[in-house]
Ligand binder design. Structure first.
Ligand code: PEP
Length: 264
């Protein structure tokens, strides 16, 4: 069965005290969801993955130690195993610190740090080699959507960044479709727009790896997803959850998004 995930990308936000307070509040909210009337044996809560800044990872992990269904990841990783890369962080370090996931190819990394598909392929290789689950982001920019080239853009990003993998590696990977024009803008893709791109991505996976791989692939939507629009987006058959930016910084909004996925 396909995994359903709500992931929170905290980006470069929050002091340590604020991050700990947010994590603590989230824990209380998740406990409340688990204890609520909708809790059912055969309908477990979706998985939750938190992506704090690197320096908070071990603290947030400690807070959720022994806590089922909540994972902690990093927002980036380096493409080499180790060495003279001052200021960088390797997958091996992230994994050995206890984290389980890593975001690769976020549009802010692509645009602000010039990360291209070839580099992202190297990052995903390192992540998998060290036992991390890559959350691989893809998505078109506004002019590409307006020119009608969005399907082609996403196809290329996946072919170049991800489809070097074998089937077993792909099975350990999550894809996040994040239209760049929707990230942090308050403009969300409509449920139909999200669904047609997710269906396109699933078809690409099927074409390259076969139907079973495509059927098991978790594809998240990201881009101004919030407590109000989450249910409509998550109701789409190929949307398996969300990668949430701004709304993941508010425990109440984030837990309502988790609840939306859970009850959809
Ligand atoms: C993101 O940065 O991955 C994201 C989806 O941000 P936001 O939810 O704020 O649009």
């Amino acid at each position: 069965m396909r995994k359903r995930i709500v992931a929170g990308n905290w980006k470069m936000n929050l002091s340590l005290d604020e991050a700990m307070a947010l994590a603590n509040e989230l824990k209380v909210k998740i406990d409340a969801l688990r204890g609520s009337a909708v809790a059912e044996e055969d309908n477990p809560l979706p998985e939750v993955v938190l992506f704090p800044p690197y320096v908070y990872i071990t603290r947030i992990l400690d807070m959720f130690s022994g806590y089922k269904g909540v994972w902690v990841g990093s927002q980036n990783c380096h493409h080499e195993e180790q060495g003279a890369y001052t200021g960088e962080v390797a997958s091996l370090m992230i994994r050995s610190a206890g984290a389980s996931h890593v975001i690769i190819g976020h549009s802010e990394r692509r645009s602000q740090f010039g990360e291209d598909d070839a580099l992202l392929a190297r990052k995903t290789k390192q992540a998998l080699k060290n036992g991390l689950t890559p959350v691989f982001c893809c998505g078109e920019m506004l002019p590409e959507r307006e020119a009608g080239t969005h399907f082609g853009v996403v196809t290329e990003q996946l072919k170049n960044g991800l489809f070097w993998m074998d089937e077993s590696q792909l099975a350990k990977t999550v894809i996040a479709y994040e239209p760049v024009w929707a990230i942090g803008t308050g403009v969300t893709a409509s449920p139909d727009q999200a669904q047609e791109m997710h269906a396109h991505i699933r078809k690409l996976v099927a074409g390259t790896y076969g139907e079973p791989s495509a059927e098991n692939m978790t594809i998240l939507y990201g881009g101004s997803c919030n407590a109000k629009n989450a249910t409509d987006l998550f109701s789409q058959p190929d949307v398996d959850g969300g990668l949430i930016g701004g709304a993941s910084l508010k425990a109440d909004d984030f837990s309502r998004i988790i609840q939306s996925l859970w009850t959809t």
